[in-house]
Design a binder for this molecule. Sequence first.
Ligand code: BTN
Length: 325
Amino acid sequence: MKTKILCGLREAKDFVSGQELCEQFGVSRTAVWKAIKQLREAGYEIEAVQNRGYRLIETPDILSDSELSSRIHTQWAGRDVIYKKEVDSTNTYAKQLGEQSGGHGTLVVADIQTAGRGRRGRNWVSPEGCGIWMSLLLKPDMLPGNASMLTLVMALAVQRALEKTAHVTAQIKWPNDLVVNGKKICGILTEMSAQMDEINYIVVGVGINANMEEFPQECRDVATSVYLETGAKVRRADLVASVMEQFEFYYDIFMRTQDLSGLMDAYNACMINEGREVRVLDPKKEFTGIAMGINERGELMVGTGDAVVKVDSGEVSVRGVYGYV
Ligand code: BTN
């Protein structure tokens, strides 16, 4: 009910009477009043004036089931959203849902992660109230070998959402870091459970540094946030909704061919490594070359002078020859 009343207040833009809300949602006056009270307790500023009704004055940067559901208007991505104040890791939580009855497109969002995970066994610091820590559960009808490309699809979706909603132009450091002014603003961790030829589920985890005002000394040189880049705080629920909208759009294009042939031009256009010298951290043999963009499988094409080597995102990562990018 809270979500419905919140949508009603938001749509009204000005005062809306209690009676109108009752009629719109087919509920009693008491139910409306209770929902308004709960919304106020959650931090929404709602004005109440006799004979005029209620008016939503300010929506703070809140993450809650109601706030997220009232912002996400997609067909399926994030339509089922689960908000947790605190979890160990949204990826771990979404994987548990994947094992059970969690449906395709279910989104898990947390305010704090106590054991956030990054790629290559690293931990992901996820403090309270300033970041977006979320994981999207997918159950696609597709061969397991295609799954790693979804990481690139999500990178593109976040790039677009940051541009549209937060006015930040990030570039993608292949395969899945988003970078602004040489510093990381978002990381993506994709995990899968599969049989030989069938996917049980995929979890695409996204960590966006949204409103951090500073970073610990040890990562100050490599991490940034939307706030540090723009000087403005972003409403995290808006950004979550925008990522879901963009992901749904790009996912549909991806699924038509189950590869990146429809998206590689868009991806390459915002890839930071393109044309740069990179060091390929291949456990078998490290080498350097010039990054030439991705192919339709999402592999990075690296020119080494005498050959073009295809680098698979699942196995290796790249660094700039002189630093992180
Ligand atoms: C990386 O760049 O190393 C990937 C970082 C991914 C972090 C996100 S935060 C939400 C989700 N839950 C996790 O435990 N990790 C991902």
